[in-house]
Design a protein around this ligand. Structure first.
Ligand SMILES: O=C(O)CCC(=O)C(=O)O
Length: 313
């Protein structure tokens, strides 16, 4: 029997240090140059988020949670031991780990994640959900090219941000993420099957977008580093045919004030039946969409010293 950790707002372990004074947040800030780069290309890579002990704690909990009968399994919003549509590959994908294990719960209050997120969104924000993606060595499956917001139109307006955190060193040999720089300016495209045909989205791209597409870049990072991306940024990841695993966790957030756009019958939110539901038109909030950062409370007196994306729009 495991308790629902989602009932607790704020850290429950001492794995991450919570700043006490506004000034304690300064060491986690992004530079103006990093924020401008995110604005222009739609992503930022190589932000250090975890130390070796934190990586180890998360990897151990991830291992426990990959056994489908683990205690707490019932709290996951989605759980796919293998989501891959290719019978020769495996892609473990699950959403909701923060309610199941303490290190994943407390990761949400990691200041090294909170501060850059605040700067790149420019607003107070809440947790939408987290995700686990694990590609085993030698037969890890793909995540097809997609834009995150194509799965999230049951929430609006689009004021979302994704933080991807590697638990292994990642490069193109073990199925790292790829980004298409500037694709966040393309507008919203149709949703494709997440673990289906890698290039399905290409069929609906214009010649100009296809040219951009060919400038895709691999996001090669060390374990414990994170990348942040815009909700319309085109991204995906290829197979892991290497001898190393490729494990990652993702935190998806939205700005305070985002509302539910979910039809009562769930018709515009396929696969999202187990997510905590908020009636259409009402603010996304409540125990399971906790407010992760309130700038006035955390950094009040030094707020004007901290650049955010709103300074550069
Ligand atoms: O980890 C992956 O390969 C895919 C992650 C992803 O789609 C995301 O972070 O939005």
């Amino acid at each position: 029997m495991t308790n629902d950790l989602g009932l607790t707002t704020g850290p429950i372990t001492s794995l991450f240090t919570c700043p006490e004074e506004p000034e304690d947040w300064l060491k986690y800030t992004l530079s103006e140059e990093q924020i401008r780069r995110f604005r222009d290309v739609g992503y930022l890579t190589g932000v250090k988020l975890l130390n070796p002990d934190q990586i180890e704690a998360l990897k151990n909990e991830l291992l426990e949670m990959t056994a489908p009968d683990h205690p707490g399994h019932e709290f996951f919003y989605e759980y796919h031991s293998n989501e891959s549509e290719d019978p020769d590959t495996t892609l473990f994908h699950a959403l909701g780990a923060w309610r199941v294990r303490p290190a994943f719960h407390d990761l949400l209050w990691n200041p090294a994640f909170l501060m850059p997120s605040y700067q790149l969104l420019g607003k107070d924000f809440r947790l939408f959900h987290d995700q686990l993606f694990s590609k085993p060595a030698r037969h890890g499956g793909v995540v097809a090219w997609h834009q995150d917001y194509s799965y999230w139109t049951w929430t609006a307006p689009m004021e979302h941000l994704t933080c991807w955190i590697g638990l292994d060193d990642t490069d193109s040999s073990n199925g790292c993420m790829y980004y298409v720089p500037g694709s966040h300016h393309w507008g919203l495209l149709e949703k494709k099957s997440l673990a289906g045909e890698m290039n399905a989205i290409r069929k609906q791209l214009t010649p100009g977008q296809l040219e951009d597409f060919d400038r895709k870049i691999p996001v090669e990072m060390k374990a414990g580093e994170a990348s942040f991306h815009h909700p319309l940024l085109m991204h995906g990841s290829y197979e892991n045919n290497s001898a190393r695993s490729r494990r990652a966790t993702i935190i998806n957030i939205f700005a305070e004030g985002v509302k539910s756009n979910r039809e009562d019958d769930g018709s515009n939110a396929p696969g999202a039946d187990n997510y905590p539901q908020v009636p259409k038109g009402e603010k996304m909030q409540g125990t399971y969409y906790p407010l992760l950062l309130e700038a006035e409370k955390s950094i009040g007196r030094i707020r004007s010293q901290i650049p955010t994306i709103t300074d550069f729009l």
